[in-house]
Write a protein that binds this ligand. Sequence first.
Ligand SMILES: [Zn+2]
Ligand SMILES: [Zn+2]
Length: 549
Amino acid sequence: MEKACKNCNHQFEITDEDLAFYDRVSSLFSDKKYNIPSPTLCPDCRQQRRLSFRNERNLYRRKSDLGGKEVVTMYSPESKYLVYDQNEWWGESFDPLKYGKDFSFDKPFFEQFQELMMAVPRISLINKEPENSEYCNFAFRNKDSYLLFTAGENDGCSYSNRILKSRDTLDSSNITNCELCYSAVDSENSYNCAFVKNCSNCSDCILGQNLRGCKNCFASFGLANKQYCIGNIQYEKEEYERRVKPFLENLPKSKEDYFKWLNKIPRRYMEATNAENCTGDNIYNSKNAKECYEVKELQDCKFVSNATSLKDCYDINNDDNSELVYECIGSEKNYMHTFNDICWFNSEISYCSLCFNSKNCFGCVGLKKNQYCILNKQYTKEQYEELVPKIIEHMIKNMEWGEFFPMNISPFSYNESMAQDYFPLSKENVTSMGLKWREDKEETPKTGYKLPDFAKDAKDDICKQILVCEASGKAYKIVPSELNFYKKTNLPLPKKCPNQRHKERMALRNPRKLYDRKCDKCGTEITTTYNPKQTETVYCEKCYLDTVS
Ligand SMILES: [Zn+2]
Ligand SMILES: [Zn+2]
């Protein structure tokens, strides 16, 4: 079935498989099924709407509205929400049911939900068991780490997102089990590598893509189990060391030349390992994952990004270990979970925000271990099962049922949220859509301290200096642990601010969009993120494997 998106008017397809999924994820109340209708927005507009609810990278300092303590939080100081320090929020003095409200059939559901969101205090950020790692969000058990977002069990890592079990690593995205790495993207199990993408089990490699089990390779692509290669040409150890030296001394130029060279060699149509019947990019150990990006261990999922270990899930960003989830963002370990924002360890909850360890709840905010609640008000099982169907009928009438929360009730400004990363809009566009825009009040210094190229030439006071990003003009700093890292690795000191570095790493990936085209060698039909209008040569898996060693 073809449908026109209610928002952008683009045609999109709803398959019989999709319809079967919407049926499976629909809930029963007193034995009657309340069907989730097929979506009215196209997959892109749905993703944009969800992403507008996730501020992953912006942290601020403000006072906790409970104890007055200064806290690090994802809510800006001017945000009108009440914000509690995360420990206070989890404590006994915050009782979410205190804010309970009767449902009114005279007002739309989303209006009542927004009122509740404004009333219930928000958790400052999610940073479980940090050890000297205050500036991390959506994080657990990190040690001596700084500015990590979506991160777990790291030690001595900074400026990275989706990073797991890594040590002494900086400026990386979507990596697991790495040590002493810099600017590693979509990579794992590697040591002392820099500027690498889609690499695994490598060590001492600089500038590399699609390397597996390689050691001491420079500016190479698509190699497996090689040593001492430069630009895919094999050398003896001494010759490699002699030749690589001048390239290392001028890494910015080497980087430029490497990307020019990469543009001329055939690319793999999709980054995938052990992926059966999948489409999208960066998919590992998955089966039937369609239009999915940066995912691992997915089965029978569609329109999912940044997720691990899901079964039967559609329209998800940043969710792990869940089953039967639809239209959710930022969640963990849920079952039968629909239209929720930052909700963990729940089952059968819908239209909730910041709810944890709860069951059978509808339209709630900030629950910690509750059951049978609606708008934070406690009901009995019988009352709950009688009232929810009536609310669903009311939502159907108001065209709210089956839709994720509208963007205009997001607690974040559009340009603070991840929506701005994937669907960038101008301030004028954002405000004309009735959405919030956050002005950057940070003063931009005109001139900054002159940074030497390498840490060995830096004076001791460098960590106290305000530096000016050569791309964005924004002020940034180098922290002492970072300086040590650059000393240890001999990598050049960064001339750009962390946000700019993040942006440039994200730009290494193709946008989350699929095209049907033909393999440039054998003509086989492929579905790929490489836009046919661009100049890269793109090969199907078989032809790619024939060209790489
Ligand atoms: Zn659309
Ligand atoms: Zn081919």
